[in-house]
Design a protein around this ligand. Structure first.
Ligand SMILES: C[S@@+](CC[C@H](N)C(=O)[O-])C[C@H]1O[C@@H](n2cnc3c(N)ncnc32)[C@H](O)[C@@H]1O
Length: 294
């Protein structure tokens, strides 16, 4: 793994809705104002992290790009990098392409495909809310390409074994949880919607942390150093975890307040009818994610 640390100080770019200013990036389309603000906040987190990792000439791939929110913001912020949008829905890519044309961005490419078929070289992989197993596919692609990554997962409840992927992903989790127990963890991890009672959401957040810890440990077995963070503000999305590959110098990061503390304790007492998960009680802070105490 080539350590990556090319960027300067982390920038917080503000991705504005277009008001005719050519410096502003058009991202919002038909989103409501509230959604657009939240999307801007999500983008700020990802773009700031990628900006720190990117070197001039890098190929940055926005996996599961949808209409190109992340990729377009990156292409605008990193004019010396090439950005490739990979998405399997044609209409989303057509929308992304017309946005890029409108903005005069010349450093963006588009590939309509299932991300699994993409085999090209790249230095940084990004994925904002790649659904369920798609996040694992992205992380595997990045590991195979030796690329850095910044991903924010979603749809934990859809995670399940596939022909290519089995869960849990890491040896430590495999030693502790059965597939069925891991599935239960994933179902709880999906319970972070704002409409739910705070205590349910807290459990959801904790379970999200554990699912992503398992993913991180899988990547760490391949020489990566991964950190699980919470986007700022944490209200920008109920699926606000962000996993990034770090080098030792990245400990200098101050942009994102690391607030994910995963507790495996009484709040995760098995529900009636659920499988008993015999895990020892531990508390992690993100700084100790790679050296847990269990
Ligand atoms: C929740 S959307 C996120 C879109 C975008 N990243 C954003 O945050 O605005 C997930 C997108 O991933 C795409 N997708 C899911 N699985 C995929 C796969 N295996 N290959 C390519 N695209 C995929 C879907 O079509 C969808 O557009």
């Amino acid at each position: 793994m080539v350590p990556r640390w090319c960027g300067g100080e982390a920038q917080r770019i503000v991705v504005e809705r277009s008001r005719g200013d050519t410096n502003m990036v058009l991202i919002s389309g038909k989103m409501s104002d509230v959604r657009a603000v939240r999307k801007q906040q999500q983008l700020n987190n990802l773009v700031a992290m990628v900006t720190r990792l990117a070197c001039s000439g890098d190929m940055v791939v926005d996996f599961c790009s949808g209409g190109g929110h992340v990729g377009i913001a990156l292409a605008h912020t990193l004019p010396k990098c090439q950005v490739l949008l990979i998405e399997n829905k044609e209409e989303s890519l057509v929308r992304a392409e017309s946005r890029c044309t409108e903005l005069g961005l010349g450093n963006v490419g588009f590939i309509q495909t299932n991300l699994d078929y993409f085999t090209g070289p790249f230095q940084i992989g990004v994925a904002l809310h790649a659904c369920g197993v798609a996040t694992d596919m992205v992380m595997d692609h990045c590991v195979r390409a030796g690329a850095a990554f910044v991903v924010s997962p979603c749809c934990y409840g859809f995670i399940q074994n596939t022909v290519k992927f089995t869960f849990p992903r890491s040896k430590k989790f495999l030693d502790t949880l059965s597939y069925k127990e891991h599935m239960i963890l994933c179902r709880f991890a999906d319970q972070t919607a704002v409409q739910l009672p705070p205590e349910r959401r807290l459990i959801g957040k904790q379970c999200m942390g554990l699912v992503d810890l398992d993913r991180s440990w899988r990547a760490e077995a391949h020489g990566y150093s991964v950190e699980v963070m919470t986007m700022e503000p944490d209200s920008c999305t109920p699926k606000n975890n962000m996993l990034l590959h770090l080098t030792s110098s990245t400990q200098k990061l101050s942009l994102v307040t690391v607030s994910l503390v995963v507790t495996w304790g009484p709040s995760l007492e098995p529900q009636a009818g659920a499988v008993d998960i015999h895990a020892p009680m531990s508390v992690y802070s993100p700084r100790s994610l790679s050296s847990p105490s269990w």
